[in-house]
Design a protein around this ligand. Structure first.
Ligand code: GLN
Length: 187
């Protein structure tokens, strides 16, 4: 059972992906939805500041942080990557502080707000990637491992049971990154 955080952003697309892959999922909007027995969680893209504030307001931020520290598999896309990062470039905000990476928000600037690219993804192959006002990983710490880059910038990382991408695999028809998460991270 995968918990899809559904406070804000592109959670429906993740749910469609999981359904297509035959995985059971439930939405997490409030504290009481975040029950024991989840095999993994997904943090969707959207607006990290809004999502972080809502997580806090709903009393979900601390339990989620604790569960991730305890080994709960997690997949964050875009804003999800920002929430997972230990450090944001030029910004003192830390939400979950779970992944040993420094992430720059809205990193591609206004000229390149949104774009699509095919990128090689370690363990998966070439995948179509949709970037929307995307962050990238400015620095990969010793505990984290880069899985994909685009234009010389790291855009996918893993660290133990945690996976994060700067782009949105859920906005394409290609299901392999989700399949990779279910296969390699969710026991
Ligand atoms: N720009 C957004 C943020 O800073 C992330 C964009 C996205 O999730 N597509 O939170």
């Amino acid at each position: 059972m995968i918990g899809v955080f559904a406070l804000q952003g592109a959670f429906l697309e993740h749910e469609k992906m999981l359904a297509s892959l035959g995985a059971a999922w439930k939405e997490i909007r409030r504290r009481e939805h975040f029950t024991d027995g989840l095999d993994g969680v997904i943090l969707p893209g959207g607006e990290s500041t809004v999502q972080g504030k809502l997580l806090k307001e709903e009393g979900l931020l601390a339990p989620l942080k604790e569960a991730i520290a305890g080994g709960l598999p997690v997949f964050g896309t875009c804003a999800g990557l920002i929430l997972l990062a230990e450090k944001l470039s030029g910004d003192p905000t830390v939400w979950l502080g779970a992944m040993n990476v420094e992430v720059r928000r809205n990193a591609y600037g206004r000229q390149l707000g949104s774009f699509r690219a095919d990128i090689p993804f370690e363990g998966v192959g070439s995948v179509p990637a949709v970037f929307i006002r995307a962050p990238y990983v400015e620095a990969v710490g010793a505990k984290a491992h880069a899985l994909a880059s685009c234009g010389g910038k790291v855009v996918a990382v893993r660290q133990g049971h945690m996976l994060a991408t700067a782009f949105h695999p859920e906005l394409t028809a290609d299901m392999r990154v989700h399949e990779y998460f279910l296969r390699e991270f969710v026991r």
